[in-house]
Design a protein. Structure first.
Ligand SMILES: [Zn+2]
Ligand SMILES: [Zn+2]
Length: 283
């Protein structure tokens, strides 16, 4: 397990387009076989845990933490290790915020709900998927992608090993409104970004010049293995046309740092990321 404690990242967050370009080309962002990587301060007070090609984030706000997304079921013990690295305790997490409720973002939510006893926030349109993690709208046949895009096979295989096929649903979501400031540590603004799912929301932290984009914009598509800013392929996206239109809402944040649900952080600004995603188009 790699624990990258390079905490100086935050200091160079706003003017690091060159490195971001490296990530886009796959040089810095090349999949690393999905082993866990924990990186402190990928943005000010925001820490990133990557496991099996899925990202989750811990957002600090004084003594409290918000957990953004809950990875896969076997990510749970890695979260506990990450907290130990931060010299924090599970009880410091006082809220869970879901960008959306796909199985790879809902992974250990049920366990966290019962063991931490904290509210799980998402858009109301995610309630159905949260209860039924494998019943979600998507445009294309998921089973064709490994044939058409062999680069996805190690990624999807690693996700399966990490429990992607065994995610339990949850009930009792607390729901937030588009445009609202979420009542969770870090107080992000909820950016409604439907398309990937019908209730997808990105989280904008204006005071940190950072956007957690979830799967509205990723820098690695697990279903094709392609890196660089893009929407997720139709294997897992409900409506690619809407997903491309919703990029406008991401661009409007003007955030310098973009932290996606899959792939490396993007430090070249949301506008450049959105331009790249539009050029890539649907897949
Ligand atoms: Zn998703
Ligand atoms: Zn995802």
């Amino acid at each position: 397990m790699a624990w990258d404690n390079g905490g100086d990242t935050a200091g160079s967050a706003s003017n690091d387009g060159g490195r971001a370009g490296g990530a886009a080309s796959g040089r810095a962002g090349r999949p690393r076989r999905g082993q866990p990587v924990f990186t402190k301060n990928v943005a000010p007070g925001i820490h990133r845990l990557e496991h099996a090609f899925v990202n989750l984030y811990l957002v600090e706000d004084g003594d409290a933490l918000t957990l953004v997304d809950t990875g896969l079921p076997t990510t749970w013990p890695l979260l506990l290790r990450a907290l130990a690295v931060l010299e924090r305790h599970p009880a410091d997490i006082t809220a869970i915020a879901l960008t959306h409720a796909h199985f790879d973002h809902l992974g250990f939510a049920r366990r966290a709900q019962s063991e931490l006893g904290v509210p799980v926030w998402a858009h109301a349109k995610e309630e159905y998927i949260a209860e039924h993690p494998y019943r979600y709208a998507h445009e294309n046949n998921r089973f064709l992608y490994p044939i058409l895009h062999p680069g996805s096979i190690p990624i999807l295989g690693r996700m399966a090993v990490a429990g992607a096929l065994n995610v339990e649903g949850i009930t009792g979501l607390r729901t937030w409104e588009p445009g609202a400031t979420a009542d969770v540590p870090g107080r992000p603004r909820v950016v409604f970004t439907p398309g990937h799912t019908f209730g997808h929301c990105a989280l904008h932290f204006p005071d940190r010049d950072t956007l957690i984009s979830g799967d509205a914009l990723v820098t690695l598509d697990p279903y094709t293995g392609v890196t660089g800013p893009q929407i997720v392929s139709g294997a897992a996206t409900a409506d690619s046309v809407e997903a491309l239109m919703t990029l406008d809402a991401l661009a409007a944040t003007d955030a310098s740092v973009v932290l996606p649900g899959h792939g490396e952080p993007w430090r070249g600004g949301i506008e450049a990321a959105v331009d790249h995603a539009r050029d890539m188009g649907p897949s």
